[in-house]
Ligand binder design. Sequence first.
Ligand code: F6R
Ligand code: MG
Ligand code: MG
Length: 364
Amino acid sequence: MGKKITVTVIKADVGGCVGHSSVHSALIEKAQGMLKGSSLLIDSYVAHVGDDINLIMTHELGRNNGEIHQLAWDTFVACTEIAKKLKLYGAGQDLLADAFSGNIKGLGPGVAEMEFEERKSEPIIIFMADKTEPGAWNLPLYKIFADPFNTAGLVIDPSMHDGFIFEVRDLIENTRVNFSAPEEIYDMLVFIGAPGRYCIKRVFHKKTGEIAAVSSTQRLNLMAGRYVGKDDPVCIVRCQSGMPAVGEVLEPFTKPHLVSGWMRGSHSGPLMPVSMQQATPSRFDGPPRVVALGFQLAEGKLIGPQDFFADPAFDQARQMANEIASYMRSLGPFEPHRLHLDEMEYTTMPQVLKKLKDRFEKLR
Ligand code: F6R
Ligand code: MG
Ligand code: MG
């Protein structure tokens, strides 16, 4: 057995500039400096999408490693100090605990990690989204790993033809269940079609058992029990040589699907694929957006990135997203633009109900 590499992506919003739209360069520089200065890591890359800082780290310490999680936590704390000085918006908002306690999960930041033996050549794509929730990956992950209309390899590549295993999490009951695709896709779709509750956490290559994809499934609002912003998830996908090709992994994002989030975490809108430069939500605090950074791993070194959605081949998707955004906005405060009552991050319903309680008449 060769040595194993772990790719860890940990993200948090510790202060926006301006409002919830972007991250100030001083925070990015601080985070870069802290990661580069750590002897725990083989390599690192700091990205941001909207108001979230994404720490991309490679190491040999495995998943759920306390030292790696502590490094990420300390980095976010250091960035928060700067955010407070600059009075950035929502400084420290995703750090729900006062102190680190062994594992960053449950403390606010989102985490996606995978450990594997690096192949002869190891292309990976890291997706990072803002103004949406973890279930946003369900539809693209389904298309990438289970839909032959998206992924030609499922039909014509003998090393993929057996399909993939999907690990689905119930975020309310905190349970998990595995589905085998293609045999069980109808059963699986019953669940993953409800992305506010059921999320695809991991995908495994069926024949080899190798990890193929992992997402962050933290739901901040479930953790904090109050409005603390959306989760703005990340997802890591391995590509090529028995895994879906880079182009098959990117293909689902050519048709922007509706996701929950956007303004006040309480609206449905299209997920717009954008370049790093365009990753600054503005219109109605959105629309929700996603960036795809590609890397080749070389003994854990991150070679890249390739900013995939900068390609003009995604211009049409952006155009479509803008049209869908305008249509959805035209519904104003009506569902389905505004989310269903159970899904809204903000609501004035209790106060308004209280005010009007004597005016509701019982009907016989
Ligand atoms: C959505 C988001 C923003 C804010 C909105 C109001 O995830 O971050 O749309 O919800 O800008 O923010 P506050 O309540 O902080 O004024
Ligand atoms: Mg924010
Ligand atoms: Mg955000």
